[in-house]
Design a protein around this ligand. Structure first.
Ligand SMILES: [Zn+2]
Length: 317
């Protein structure tokens, strides 16, 4: 497993890794030059964000974080904005909308933690594992559409909006001179990806667009660093789920039946395989949007319930 903390990727680029990369343990990225710094994603809870902030302050030259990019609207990538509220905080327009209307920000966890189901139990786990003391919503204050080129000192960082895929407005940050890509949750490594917005076919296209950049190092949203070759297992998994879900739909299986029937033996060492249920539902929704509407609470009850061994183990650690 990778070490927690800041890793120097060369050419002014750094990764902040949060092993084990499971639910709520997200990575961040940093580009530094000429005393300036651009931060990609700000961590899930206040303790994680404070540790990240301290590590940046400890870098030689004490760079000023004057630009922040939120890759998408899930809280584990923007809750820490409160520690960087003086910066220009940039996101795509759909991501800003997701953040403004987020159904599961930290202020709502206590309410969701009441009940006798896997979803509520997971929320109680979050109350124990994460520290949201002092959290308040700090939203992006600059949006873009399509592409945006940013400067950090003399270095260039290119933002591209590749959603809808994981969420409605996913952004990648590409540092061409260094060959470093910050992918957000368009890529999970060494674990099962979960896609919320889709369509899954676009998630496959995203993998191809990332491969076409020929990155030297990829900092995924969750999990260890990879190179371009590390994208291929993710792409293969998504294609496998897509193919089986389409076949199952036409065979008259329900999403739950397809989830029970899919052969995931090739991915047996990936944690969180229950996320496959959501990925299957996404394919069904694309095929018949009126019948297979998004019911995130019902979906998460099954996904968390079938995955309880992996997240409970962290609370015990
Ligand atoms: Zn995430």
């Amino acid at each position: 497993m990778s070490d927690r903390g800041l890793q120097d990727l060369g050419d002014g680029c750094h990764a902040w890794l949060e092993p084990p990369g499971c639910w709520g343990f997200a990575n961040s990225g940093l580009v530094v030059d000429g005393g300036q710094a651009l931060l990609v994603d700000t961590q899930n809870d206040m303790r994680m964000a404070q540790d990240l902030r301290a590590a940046i302050d400890g870098l030689v030259g004490r760079p000023v974080v004057d630009q922040v990019v939120n890759t998408h609207g899930d809280g584990d990538h923007w809750n820490g904005n409160v520690l960087f509220s003086d910066a220009t905080i940039i996101a795509s327009e759909p991501t800003l909308a997701d953040i403004r209307g987020h159904w599961l920000d930290p202020s709502k966890i206590d309410d969701y933690a009441i009940g006798d189901n896997a979803f509520a139990e997971f929320m109680r786990w979050r109350q124990c594992v994460f520290d949201y003391t002092g959290w308040r919503p700090v939203h992006p204050n600059q949006t873009y559409a399509g592409e945006l080129a940013l400067s950090v000192g003399h270095r260039e960082v290119e933002l591209s909006e590749l959603g809808p895929a994981h969420t409605s407005g996913d952004t990648i940050a590409w540092v061409p001179h260094a060959g470093v890509l910050f992918s957000g949750d368009l890529l999970f490594t060494a674990s099962t990806p979960i896609m919320w917005a889709g369509p899954l076919s676009n998630c496959l296209d995203v993998c191809d667009r990332i491969l076409a950049l020929e990155p030297r190092v990829i900092v995924p949203g969750h999990g260890p660093l990879i190179d371009a070759a590390g994208v291929r297992p993710v792409r293969e998994y998504l294609a496998h789920v897509q193919g089986f879900a389409v076949e199952s739909y036409h065979a008259g299986r329900s999403p739950a039946e397809a989830y029970q029937a899919i052969d995931l033996a090739r991915y047996a060492d990936w944690p969180h395989l229950s996320r496959t249920y959501q990925n299957i539902r996404l394919v069904y929704r694309e095929l018949d949007p009126e019948r297979f509407t998004a019911d995130v609470r019902e979906t998460l009850d099954l996904v968390y319930g079938d995955d309880h061994g992996s997240w409970r183990a962290i609370g015990d650690a």
